[in-house]
Design a protein around this ligand. Structure first.
Ligand SMILES: Nc1ncnc2c1ncn2[C@@H]1O[C@H](COP(=O)(O)OP(=O)(O)OP(=O)(O)O)[C@@H](O)[C@H]1O
Ligand SMILES: [Mg+2]
Length: 112
């Protein structure tokens, strides 16, 4: 089991989510508004300042999937999040030790 975390431009969220929803076995996605900075240190016109820190608003998508699905999900995100501009974001992939489905008590890949 892997977690895929993608930090993407807010303007591509609906396109990326549509692509993820089109993957039949996609179990679910958590979507958050986040702020941060990359190599440009938020030195761009649309930056904001919070806690005295210059940041750029981005979206974070998190999804836990089976190992077999990782490539398909990463490709869907990468293809649909690409604009070619700086700040397009990144995709991180992590190992997941355990998943427990609260309603059924199932655990492991079937609980995803
Ligand atoms: N290594 C990292 N660890 C954690 N968060 C990151 C990392 N790199 C980028 N981010 C987050 O992703 C957002 C977008 O990053 P961004 O695409 O600007 O990265 P970059 O390395 O500066 O690439 P680019 O040169 O294309 O702008 C940042 O605002 C920050 O929130
Ligand atoms: Mg950047």
């Amino acid at each position: 089991m892997k977690e895929i975390k993608a930090i993407i431009q807010p303007g591509v969220v609906s396109k990326v989510i549509d692509a993820l929803k089109a993957i039949p076995d996609m179990p679910g996605v958590t979507v958050s508004e986040i702020k941060g900075f990359g190599r440009a240190r938020a030195n761009v016109p649309h930056s904001i300042v919070e806690w005295g820190v210059a940041m750029v608003v981005k979206a974070k998508l998190e999804t836990v999937v089976t190992d077999e699905m990782v490539r398909q999900v990463v490709e869907a995100i990468q293809k649909n999040a690409y604009t070619g501009n700086i700040g397009d974001g990144k995709i991180f992939v992590y190992d997941v030790n355990e998943v427990i489905k609260i309603r059924t008590g199932e655990s492991g890949p079937v609980a995803i």
